[in-house]
Ligand binder design. Structure first.
Ligand code: SIN
Ligand code: MN
Length: 200
């Protein structure tokens, strides 16, 4: 059971203890070695402030042609498999037998943010989205399924896990800012967000 719900999203506070966070970060080093972080362009041609990569069958990608899933990293290599330590989080909070097709890895350095958006590039919105926060605190904002509606904000800390399902699956959400240097998890600071999704 989540500790609280915000805008219909379930929030599991400190779902990962610090040793579990450290092993996920270790596994992510292998993911990033195989599929290096890159700065995608928005559909308006502006570089995003967040750097990203993916693991799984598909990776999320963006350029002037729009938002979509791609079967390969921009370098041409397959996306590496989603590490077991991360799949365990998905299964643990959703209770689902099927796994995600994509684990998007977002890295927020100092000053990075993410504008309000919906996760809607997937085929079936009945599957939830699971989001894992690691490293520095991030100010997460969530609204409803309409861009214009009211929003609520909460600080997400390292080890927190969010489930966007049901009513909240198509909720607008984003990250207004991070508090750089609030966590010791990453040697050089910053925040990592993992977003797991069923794509097909
Ligand atoms: C996202 O929606 O892709 C990222 C959300 C977050 O960083 O918490
Ligand atoms: Mn999102």
């Amino acid at each position: 059971m989540p500790d609280l719900t915000v805008g219909g999203a379930g929030v599991f506070r400190n779902y990962l203890a610090s040793d579990a966070q450290a092993s996920v970060v270790d596994d992510l080093r292998d993911v990033v070695a195989a599929a290096p972080l890159f700065s995608p362009e928005t559909r308006w041609g502006k570089a995003m402030s967040v750097r990203m990569t993916s693991a799984g069958k598909y990776g999320w990608f963006s350029d002037r042609r729009g938002y979509r899933y791609e079967p390969r990293h921009p370098s041409g290599v397959d996306w590496p498999p989603v590490p077991e330590s991360i799949l365990a989080i998905w299964h643990g909070v959703t209770g689902l037998e099927r796994g995600p097709d994509c684990c998007l890895v977002n890295f927020y350095g100092e000053g990075a943010r993410m504008g309000l958006h919906q996760d809607k590039d997937e085929a079936d919105f009945n599957w939830p989205v699971v989001s894992v926060s690691l490293g520095d605190d991030g100010l997460f904002r969530i609204g409803g399924a309409e861009r214009k509606g009211s929003t609520q904000s909460l600080w997400l800390s390292s080890g927190d896990v969010l489930v966007l399902g049901g009513e909240a699956r198509l909720a607008y959400h984003g990250v207004d800012r991070i508090r750089f240097g609030t966590s010791q998890l990453l040697n050089e600071g910053g925040r990592i967000n993992l977003t797991m999704r069923v794509v097909d």
